[in-house]
Design a binder for this molecule. Structure first.
Ligand SMILES: [Zn+2]
Ligand SMILES: [Zn+2]
Ligand SMILES: [Zn+2]
Length: 250
């Protein structure tokens, strides 16, 4: 499976509008981060989250077919690109399945009410909601949902084979830690140095990586307080900060 990081930034993206800090004005391209999303390519092509930068991301990483979208949760930085699924309806037949937990699908139905009208207008994307209640498969590709907490909200990470993707976590239950322990490749969120009420900071993220003991780990959902190279210099060799466009062959 190939994993491509389409975006690795926090909700504002980097540069953050109006900010002149050293990371937002950095010449290092790895410090330019779109909102968080990954593309998984095996026999199937799957996107995790349709962020507001979805269209730009897929211009950079063109695909002709999209088999499914998995949603971690409903926050704006993870869903607002949903309308840009429409071109795929042009290239492929049938509704595109979009997977999420009950709260995520309920919010998506509200935010994108026009998509779910009894007779949607002809410009609406053709999607089919798929409620995640346990392990499922996308045309034969097995996906295990991972229960994590984002502040008080219960959101989802995903485990596919030897790869796990967890973003926006501030607490990981023991049962989920057991599901991903010793996994080959882990993606985990690390926002900034300072603590945050609903996201792991860098220190908490590293502590969880130590507990999980993955073969290698990549940090995502990065805010502008973290300079790519500066942080990477302090990390153990098997832990890297992801950057937009980074592709892994698993
Ligand atoms: Zn987020
Ligand atoms: Zn900044
Ligand atoms: Zn969030």
């Amino acid at each position: 499976m190939k994993v491509t990081f389409l975006g690795t930034g926090t909700s504002h993206g980097i540069p953050m509008l109006g900010c002149g800090c050293k990371v937002c004005t950095s010449p290092d391209p790895r410090n330019r981060r779109m909102r968080p999303s990954v593309l998984l390519q095996h026999d199937k092509q799957i996107i995790i989250d349709t962020c507001p930068d979805f269209r730009t991301q897929l211009i950079r990483h063109p695909i002709k077919r999209l088999d499914a979208v998995l949603f971690t949760h409903w926050h704006a930085d993870h869903i607002l690109g949903l309308d840009d699924l429409r071109p795929f309806n042009y290239w492929q037949s049938g509704a595109i399945p979009i997977y999420g937990n009950a709260q995520t699908l309920e919010r998506i139905r509200k935010v994108f009410a026009y998509i779910f009208d009894p007779i949607p207008y002809e410009g609406a994307p053709n999607v089919r909601t798929q409620l995640i209640e346990g392990p499922f498969d996308v045309d034969g590709l097995a996906v295990e949902p991972l229960q994590v907490f984002h502040g008080k909200s219960e959101i989802l990470g995903f485990k596919i084979g030897d790869f796990a993707y967890i973003t926006d976590a501030s607490f990981i239950p023991e049962t989920t830690l057991a599901q991903v322990r010793n996994i080959g490749c882990l993606v985990l969120n690390a926002l900034r140095y300072q603590p945050h009420p609903t996201h792991f900071n860098l220190e908490q993220s590293i502590q969880h990586i130590e507990k999980i003991q993955p073969g290698r780990a990549f940090l995502t959902h990065i805010a502008h307080q973290l300079d790519h190279q500066e942080v990477e210099n302090t990390l153990p060799a098997h832990v890297r900060i992801a950057y937009d466009g980074l592709a892994l062959e698993l």
